[in-house]
Design a protein around this ligand. Structure first.
Ligand code: HEM
Length: 434
């Protein structure tokens, strides 16, 4: 069984002033807590004192101020500490921000290390549902809402900080792909931060707190905002849908698979040593040509992917989780999953085993001059080595993917995301001090 560090340890929120829960150890399971609060609500009894640990979980704050109870969505928290950073194997959140910063002129290794220390402290506080010192109050009455904050280093970071000798070989620039239409101003960057939360205000709150922490050390380079379906919006848990309406993420590597860690995380003893437990994130802003796509009949759309739109099952038959039968042919001898179907071309079976964990957000940034939506996928994928994940797969997709007609890659970044940290440490410490 793979060890996923901290990422599967979502739990009910701990104590803290921001989520209105007082008392050490008040992290009761979300369900029992919701039931208890439901009981309080039904009785109309603000101030009902409950809690397995003896903490006060009711609706009255110190000073008698009444606050609404947190629902499960708000009260769930991801752990900050652990072998891996959170936000990689954490379930997709409803809201996301991707942000890149460049170090300010004059800021070097020392200032960068101090920034990572500040950012780590802020992330730890916010992920536990606690407000930072000079809080804006934006998320005052919300719980942590599964907030995750993930930090990474871009290739240029190492030149700016004199740490060239510690730059991972895996940060070699991505190759140019023939279909790229990249806006360089919205790509790369010295530092990269991924924020995810199941509440938009909680996510924005974190974004602003981290931007303030950057102070004079780092300046915003680009920022993108994305979304996924809200927890509880569907009657049965299912893989995410993207803005083309497809079920997306079905064939992702799964933590229970024995080679999961090897594919997604840098192993202990890997190169460079400070990246042990870390992963490489490839970020692509991919606009979808939705006006064109939506004119295509569903049967044709399904041929483009190789899977049914309604339930994600492969065109070769079965349910969403049935393996694709790439050999199956129709009565006319043609492959049932077309030769240029996206899922066929991208599958590990046709790429020497190359695999990655895709964890995207959808985005919608209004409409373009021609009236078409500026919308698509903030594609984020994770792998232990981009040469065994994104690069070979994208090379192949670039040559013959039926989906290419309906998408445009508009921005690109590649980041080294170090492993997680233990209490008392900060993210990236082994890079600076190892
Ligand atoms: C807007 C762009 C994209 C869309 C809409 C899209 C959509 C999909 C869909 C619907 C599937 C089938 C279900 C699944 O297994 O998740 C899929 C599979 C997959 N996609 Fe994409 N994709 C996009 C871009 C990419 C890119 C850029 C890559 C990597 C270079 C990629 C890699 C994969 C992989 C590895 C699979 C799994 C194939 C398999 O093992 O069956 N996709 N994609």
């Amino acid at each position: 069984m793979a060890d996923h560090g901290n990422d599967t340890s979502a739990r009910a929120a701990g104590s803290g002033p921001r989520n209105g829960v007082s008392g050490e150890g008040s992290a009761a399971p979300a369900l029992s807590r919701r039931r208890l609060l439901g009981t309080a609500g039904a009785a109309g009894a603000a101030g009902l004192a409950v809690g397995a640990s003896g903490g006060v979980l009711g609706m009255t704050m110190a000073g008698g101020e009444a606050r609404a109870a947190l629902a499960t969505v708000g009260s769930t928290a991801a752990a900050f500490h652990g072998r891996h950073q959170s936000g990689i194997t954490t379930p997709l959140q409803a809201r996301g921000h991707l942000i890149a910063f460049d170090l300010a002129p004059g800021a070097g290794r020392k200032q960068a290390a101090a920034l990572l220390r500040r950012w780590s402290r802020t992330a730890e506080e916010l992920m536990a549902g606690r407000a930072p010192g000079d809080d804006t109050g934006v998320a005052l009455d919300a719980g942590p809402s599964s907030l995750t904050v993930t930090f990474g280093f871009g290739r240029t970071f190492f030149d700016r900080t004199g740490l060239e000798d510690r730059r991972p070989a895996a940060l070699e620039p991505l190759p140019d792909f023939s279909s790229d239409e990249l806006d360089r101003a919205r790509g790369d960057g010295d530092l990269w931060v991924q924020i995810g939360a199941n509440d938009a205000l909680v996510a924005f709150h974190a974004l602003r707190a981290l931007q303030k922490d950057a102070g004079g050390t780092a300046r915003l380079r680009w920022q993108m905002t994305g979304f996924n379906r809200s927890p509880g919006a569907t009657s049965r848990p299912m893989t995410a849908r993207n803005l083309m309406g497809q079920i997306d993420g079905t064939r992702n590597p799964r933590p229970e698979e024995k080679d999961f860690d090897e594919r997604i995380f840098v192993r202990p003893g890997g190169e460079p040593a400070w990246m042990a437990g870390g992963s490489y994130a490839v970020v692509r802003r991919i606009r979808m040509l939705l006006d064109d796509w939506e004119e295509v009949p569903v049967e044709r759309q399904e041929q483009v992917i190789g899977r049914r739109k309604s339930d994600g099952a492969p065109l070769s038959g079965g349910t969403e989780t049935t393996p694709m039968d790439l050999e199956k042919r129709d009565a006319g001898g043609r492959p049932v999953i077309p030769a240029n179907a996206h899922a066929r071309i991208a599958s590990p079976e046709t790429n020497g085993g190359a695999a990655m964990l895709r964890r995207p957000f959808s985005y919608h940034d209004g409409f373009r001059e021609d009236g078409s939506p500026d919308a698509g996928l903030l594609f984020v994928c994770w792998q232990a080595d981009p040469l065994k994940g994104f690069i070979p797969v994208q090379r192949k997709l670039d040559r013959g993917d039926a989906l290419s007609r309906f998408i445009r890659h508009e921005a690109s970044g590649l980041y080294a995301v170090p492993g997680g940290c233990e209490p008392g440490e900060y993210v990236g410490q082994r890079l600076f001090e190892g």
